[in-house]
Design a protein around this ligand. Structure first.
Ligand code: ADP
Length: 200
């Protein structure tokens, strides 16, 4: 699982790392955005929260992730990006993974300072139908709010997973390749830790 503030590069790294590990990258933000553009009921429920830079309520998000994790391609492993984002989501994830006979191997925290985050987010553009557009929630006021939401609701997960012995922190400033190499090294080291629970 990848943990880190908006703008830390989770989505970018998730794609690369998941491809290297041959597992699907599961991004709650991407699933929500696909539902918003597809104008589904889930998309309509999520949109107001997303546009405001708030978290979508846990009940909606957890149900959506459980459905996604039950798909066949997630059987042999998966990389989570953007979920869990609250302690309640983390507890529910732990319980539903246990029910499925899975567990998290490693939580990688991408560490980037606040100034760099604001710089990255306000300059970020996405290619949609051949045009570069700014995500509605990347507007400066919304960015500030998302960073506050991260600090208040998501950052506590760092301590939660540290206590569970699952956390590895990596410096996420530098070239994309460099960050990927740090991530892969941390993942390998986490698999080699003495006392880590046996696989299965
Ligand atoms: P970023 O990490 O840059 O904030 P995401 O694409 O991960 O971008 O998320 C965009 C928005 O989608 C969030 O601001 C939030 O409204 C919603 N969202 C994504 N993941 C979750 C989650 N696990 N719980 C609640 N809301 C979420």
């Amino acid at each position: 699982m990848l943990l880190g503030p908006p703008g830390a590069g989770k989505g970018t790294q998730a794609q690369i790392i998941a491809a290297r590990l041959s597992v699907p990258a599961i991004s709650t933000g991407d699933i929500f955005r696909a539902n918003v553009s597809g104008k589904t009921e889930l998309g309509q429920q999520a949109k107001t929260y997303m546009d405001a830079g708030d978290l979508v309520p846990d009940a909606i998000t957890v149900a959506m992730v459980s459905d996604r994790l039950a798909e066949p391609d997630a059987k042999a492993g998966f990389l989570l990006d953007g979920f869990p984002r609250t302690i309640a989501q983390a507890e529910q994830l732990r319980d539903s993974l246990a029910e499925m006979g899975h567990r998290l191997d490693c939580v990688l925290e991408l560490v980037v300072d606040q100034d760099e985050l604001v710089r990255r987010l306000s300059g970020r553009r996405m290619l949609v139908d051949g045009e570069w557009v700014q995500r509605d929630d990347d507007k400066p006021e919304t960015v500030r709010h998302r960073l506050d939401v991260y600090r208040e609701q998501t950052a506590p997960l760092s301590g939660f997973y540290e206590q569970a012995g699952l956390l590895a922190r990596i410096d996420a400033i530098g070239e994309i390749d460099e960050v990927t190499e740090r991530a892969m090294a941390a993942l390998e080291a986490s698999g080699e830790q003495p006392g880590a629970p046996a696989g299965g």
